[in-house]
Design a protein around this ligand. Structure first.
Ligand code: NAD
Ligand code: MG
Length: 383
């Protein structure tokens, strides 16, 4: 059981839920980081008393420094600060709850500093999968999934005799706010509608990713790297109620599932306390209350991001980094009211056909693919 933790992205949806979990466990917080929300970060600092706080935005970091002069917490900023937070000597586990590619360097730095990592920041495993998994192996550290589906699979796999007996992984997907809609119906959907997720309360980027089903595409690639299962053996099933968080099938066709009310504090806590289990603040599952669970096939023709991610995983190399980078740019443009909902899928799909794909040998190769994909998206809409 760990006794110390650093949380990157502590002011976000995962970050705040992680602090809620930690406040009930006997774990010391070493470092906390935020992009710019210094009001919330200050409250967290005063409650958890970390030795280091990082604000990505330099100006806001200076402001925070002034505001917390009476505490013992040191304040840093920028990527250097994030890396410092990810590599603190007396930290047992780094929880990466950052959103997007900004998390890649901190994840790699933590691993190289021989820290175990609990990873919510799926984008960086999608884009830098081979680099991250190589680093994990070389440095003999553990990478714990936080994503609910991957935590479910990880939990189902406890006690599995070996990886050979695993036949397939079945990822469940809520289908998001637009399940069952046709392309025509999706033409004029608004940001507010896309941000209205039926089951989960999450950060804005992942909520839009759930509406486009990019999130499930990213999760297929995430599962590939975490569990070493080929894309043909990773299925997606729509399960509107979000009670079954994912399933595995063994080679005798026996299926094991993990269930619970949709609340991220269960997977967050399991990643922190693995292999132990503790009392949780999360409500008990009452199956009679749930009443009925339904399942359906995903509509890849309408939700293009899903098929684009599968295609990228089959191609390999920097193709996953390209679809991820294109999506990060398109998702932001949609949130800025610059493109329509359907354009997100079109741009992601086109990115993998148009951006040069290479074998990623270094971090720079991955970062360059990400940049080219973002440029492709910006240039496409300015044409
Ligand atoms: P969020 O937007 O709520 O929080 C993101 C955190 O990262 C915040 O603390 C923010 O200050 C920080 N941050 C954002 N941009 C930054 C930057 N450029 N530099 C430094 N810090 C930055 O996001 P979230 O919903 O908590 O998601 C975090 C990650 O977890 C994502 O990768 C997401 O896909 C994954 N995830 C989230 C959920 C969920 O329920 N929220 C579930 C599964 C997986
Ligand atoms: Mg998920």
């Amino acid at each position: 059981m760990i006794s110390t933790i650093s949380i990157l992205g502590s002011t976000g949806s995962i970050g705040t839920q992680a602090l809620d979990v930690i406040s009930k466990l006997n774990i010391k917080v070493i470092a906390l980081t935020a992009h710019s929300n210094i009001k919330l970060l200050e409250q967290q600092i005063r409650k958890f008393n970390p030795q280091l706080a990082v604000v990505f935005d330099e100006k806001k970091a200076k402001q925070l420094c002034d505001n917390i002069k009476d505490t013992n917490t040191k304040v840093l900023s920028g990527m250097e600060g994030l890396i410092e937070a990810a590599t603190q000597e007396d930290c047992d586990l780094v929880l990466n709850a950052l959103v997007g590619m900004v998390g890649l360097k901190p994840t790699l730095s933590a691993i190289k500093a021989k820290k175990d990592v609990a990873l919510a920041n799926k984008e960086t495993l999608v884009a830098g999968g081979s680099l991250v998994m190589d680093a994990v192996k070389r440095n003999c550290v553990k990478l714990y999934p936080v994503d609910s589906e991957h935590s479910a699979i990880f939990q189902c796999l406890q006690g599995a005799p070996d990886n050979k007996s695993l036949k397939k992984i079945i990822l469940t997907a809520s289908g998001g706010p637009f399940f069952g809609k046709t392309k025509k119906e999706l033409r004029n959907v608004t940001k507010a509608q896309a941000l209205n997720h039926p089951n989960w309360s999450m950060g804005a980027k992942i909520t839009i990713d759930s509406a486009t089903m990019m999130n499930k595409g990213l999760e297929i690639i995430e599962a590939y790297w975490l569990f070493n299962v080929p894309v043909e053996n990773i299925d997606v099933v729509i399960h509107r109620e979000s009670i079954i968080h994912s399933l595995i099938m063994y080679n005798d066709n026996s299926v094991i599932a993990q269930l619970g009310v949709p609340d991220m504090r269960i997977p967050i806590q399991y990643a922190i306390t693995y292999p132990n289990r503790f009392k949780s603040p999360v409500k008990e599952l009452d199956l009679a209350d749930v009443g009925m669970m339904t399942f359906a096939k995903p509509d890849e023709k309408t939700f293009r991001c899903l098929s684009a991610c599968k295609k990228a995983l089959k191609i390999g190399k920097t193709a996953p980094a390209i679809v991820n980078g294109a999506n990060e740019a398109a998702n932001q443009l949609f949130r800025d009211d610059k493109i329509t909902f359907l354009q997100i899928g079109e741009l992601v799909e086109k990115s993998v056909e148009n951006v040069k794909i290479v074998e990623p040998k270094t971090l720079d190769d991955v970062l360059k693919a990400d940049l080219l994909a973002r440029e492709f998206v910006i240039n496409s809409i300015n044409m």
